[in-house]
Design a protein around this ligand. Structure first.
Ligand code: AMP
Length: 396
């Protein structure tokens, strides 16, 4: 068989992966994708092939704590059984933060790993796990090129005003900037939009990546102008467990009046806020949408309200919006969130087609709507695979 590209997206408690076959003259073709959930505890995993066949990845029940290495071994076991293991020509990794210096996808060596370790304070929820995934893959495939693809890269085109905070310039110069995240998703969506609606894609578009992590981005002609996430992936919209935008005075209050230390504040803002913190029930939108708890309703209402504010705000960073695109778990699937977010937005040129929205159609705006609204499923794995092929110089 021809070369296979493995992509890995290592999170705190999950390891998502996909295998792609390299096809000459075409985009990589997905063979299978899967995920292992529950890393750090007793994990379980599953794989689904492109033909739709599902299988489970099982772990020794006596293992109380499955780490990234054990999870990687399970993926390796599956690759072996599928007959792909000896064809893996390169491994591509999603890395959340590239900081000031890591922009383009990069072949991983010791110096890249050292730089990533230095970025852990900027992405404490993600970067340590991205690194753990890289180290596990290097052990499993010691002589195979490994490529890091950065979620911050897409945003390096921000103009200065959308890249800085109103602090003395020295902070910007040392790297306190609006890096922005979900860049692999935005890159995929802008490219896909270029195929679906090429004229619109050349104009001003706001993309809403609404998943467990959530952000929005204004793009002009496929290039990022402004985004809701900032120095870290904590800013902007509320999320599954993160607070989103917060008056920095609240942090000062937590420190001085509540005597909370940095770890306690970090835990509150990253892990115990957002949908989970506000509802007191769950970080999972599906669960909140079926709950009749007033706190669950408030958590969803806050999330929706932030989407509306950011949509209007981002439109002001470009020249209004020609199109809005919804993507990721909530953006692709929750008609209720989309309906609430766009209801009464005719003043922005957005006229929703209620039926199309409820049917999760590709275009959910009315025919006469000056602004077109799309649902486009994202595919970060494909972006990683393509960058990996190019960066590692793999040929079919
Ligand atoms: P992601 O991080 O992109 O996988 O998105 C995860 C989020 O999408 C979770 O909050 C899920 O509850 C939400 N989600 C997935 N499917 C649906 C659905 N059918 N309706 C509402 N929310 C959904």
């Amino acid at each position: 068989m021809g070369p296979v590209i493995l992509t890995l997206n290592a999170g705190s408690s999950s390891l998502k992966f996909a295998a792609f076959a390299l096809v000459k003259g075409a985009e990589p073709s997905q063979l299978a994708s899967g995920q292992i959930e529950g890393i750090g505890a007793t994990a379980q995993g599953s794989v689904k092939t492109a033909a739709g066949e599902k299988s489970d990845l099982t772990f020794d029940p006596s293992l109380r704590r499955v780490d990234h290495q054990v999870a990687m071994d399970a993926i390796l076991g599956w690759l072996r059984q599928a007959g792909y293991d000896s064809s893996v020509a390169a491994v591509g990794h999603r890395v959340v933060h590239g900081g000031l210096h890591l922009v383009e996808p990069k072949l991983i060596d010791e110096s890249v790993i050292a730089t990533l370790k230095g970025l852990i304070p900027l992405a404490p929820l993600h970067e340590p796990h991205n690194i753990a995934g890289i180290l596990a893959a290097m052990k499993a495939f010691p002589s195979t090129p490994q490529v890091a693809c950065f979620d911050t890269a897409f945003h390096r085109s921000h103009p200065f005003v959308d890249d800085t905070f109103a602090l003395p310039r020295s902070y910007y110069d040392e790297g306190v900037r609006r890096y922005g995240f979900h860049g692999l998703s935005y890159e995929f969506i802008t490219r896909k939009l270029g195929k679906i609606a090429p004229k619109i894609a050349r104009k001003d578009v706001v993309i809403a990546h609404l998943g467990n992590g959530a952000s929005m981005c204004a793009v002009h002609d496929g290039r990022a102008v402004a985004t809701t996430m900032g120095f870290t992936a904590l800013d902007g919209l509320s999320m599954g467990t993160r607070c989103g935008q917060l008056d920095p005075g609240v942090v000062l209050y937590l420190m001085t009046e509540k005597k909370m230390n940095a770890d306690e504040i970090s835990d509150l803002l990253w892990k115990n806020s957002g949908l989970k913190g506000m509802s007191g029930i769950s970080q999972d939108m599906r669960e909140l949408e079926t709950s009749d708890s007033p706190a669950a309703r408030d958590a969803i209402a806050y999330f929706v309200s932030r989407i509306r504010r950011e949509l209007a705000g981002l439109a002001g960073t470009v020249d209004g919006v020609e199109a809005v695109v919804f993507t990721a778990g909530i953006g692709e699937n929750s008609w209720k969130v989309r309906e609430a977010a766009l209801n009464g937005m005719e003043w922005m040129g957005i006229h929703l087609d209620v039926e199309a929205n409820r049917a999760n159609a590709q275009i959910i705006s009315a025919k006469h709507s000056p602004t077109t609204v799309f649902i486009i499923p994202t595919n970060e794995e494909l972006m990683i695979a393509e960058h990996t092929v190019r960066t590692a110089g793999v040929t079919g």
